[in-house]
Design a protein around this ligand. Structure first.
Ligand SMILES: Cc1cc2nc3c(=O)[nH]c(=O)nc-3n(C[C@H](O)[C@H](O)[C@H](O)COP(=O)(O)O)c2cc1C
Length: 253
């Protein structure tokens, strides 16, 4: 069965949104489908006006409830860097995922990412690297872009270009005036294709792997060890106590 993919991005000035569209183009060109979501804004209108941020595209749904993502097999996250890390808008979303963290609702899902920084050396790779902690805590499986399908673009030094083995990327320039170049857009399309290909392959392998594990031949835990393949371990005490699903012993007063 084809993987169910969501592309989720936050974008103040549109650079990451452009990449998100190109990632979707790549997935669709391979015969796949995906849904696009934008992370809710957290800045007040007054601040956005001062930052010359254009209005958000209302045709793309805003991802208010982290539960929405539970139905997907894989995600591509679009991150405009803030000091080499997620922006606060993204962090606010992650801070709402305590329930998914505790229940393992995102566990075993595939994740890739694409980024935007103002400048070279502004955090193209560190932004990806710093996102790993969030993915690890949720138990998501990071799918890097690598060089296999994009060596030509990634090894091309003839012009300034964002993106790396971690995923597609672009530079906005210090004043935000630079737009994603043709090469960066091509890389984002190639990234979408590669991500769809990698995740589809894994999805195809899943039933065989599950059979192996059920018969005790797989490397993972078998059912006899009290766990169904592909499912997170269920804690006996997984009653959520706090408003964000914090586990047993951690009570929010
Ligand atoms: C508070 C703040 C911090 C930022 N930190 C960095 C940074 O560390 N390195 C960098 O290259 N760009 C930095 N930027 C620039 C943004 O990453 C860039 O404008 C953004 O990725 C553009 O993408 P967007 O148009 O999709 O919002 C920062 C921007 C803001 C507002």
């Amino acid at each position: 069965m084809a993987p169910k993919i969501a592309i989720i991005y936050y974008s103040t000035w549109g650079h990451v949104k452009t990449l998100a569209m190109k990632e979707a183009e790549g997935i669709k060109s391979e015969g796949g489908t995906c849904d696009l979501y934008q992370i809710p804004e957290t800045l007040p209108e007054e601040a956005l006006t001062k930052m010359h941020a254009p209005p958000k595209d209302t045709s793309i749904p805003t991802l208010d409830d982290p539960k929405t993502l539970e139905q997907y097999d894989a995600f591509l996250f679009g991150i405009p860097t803030r000091y080499g890390n997620f922006p606060a808008q993204w962090k606010t979303f992650w801070d709402k995922t305590g329930g998914q963290w505790q229940s393992g609702a995102y566990w075993g899902k595939y994740a890739g990412l694409f980024v935007c920084t103002a400048t070279m050396g502004g955090g193209q790779e560190t932004t990806a690297l710093n996102a790993m902690s969030t993915l690890a805590h949720h138990g998501m499986i990071f799918v890097p872009l690598g060089y296999k399908t994009t060596f030509g673009i990634l090894a091309d030094m003839s012009e300034v270009r964002g993106g790396s083995a971690w995923g597609a990327g672009t530079f906005a320039g210090a004043d935000g005036s630079r737009q994603p170049t043709q090469k960066e857009q091509d890389l984002a399309i190639a990234h979408g294709k590669q991500f769809y290909g990698a995740v589809s392959k894994k999805k195809e392998e899943e039933p065989q792997q599950q059979k192996k594990e059920e018969s005790g031949q797989g490397q993972g835990q078998s059912k006899s060890q009290g766990q169904t393949a592909g499912e997170p371990q269920q804690r006996e005490e997984n009653e959520s106590k706090g408003p964000c699903g914090l586990p047993f012993k951690c009570e929010v007063s």
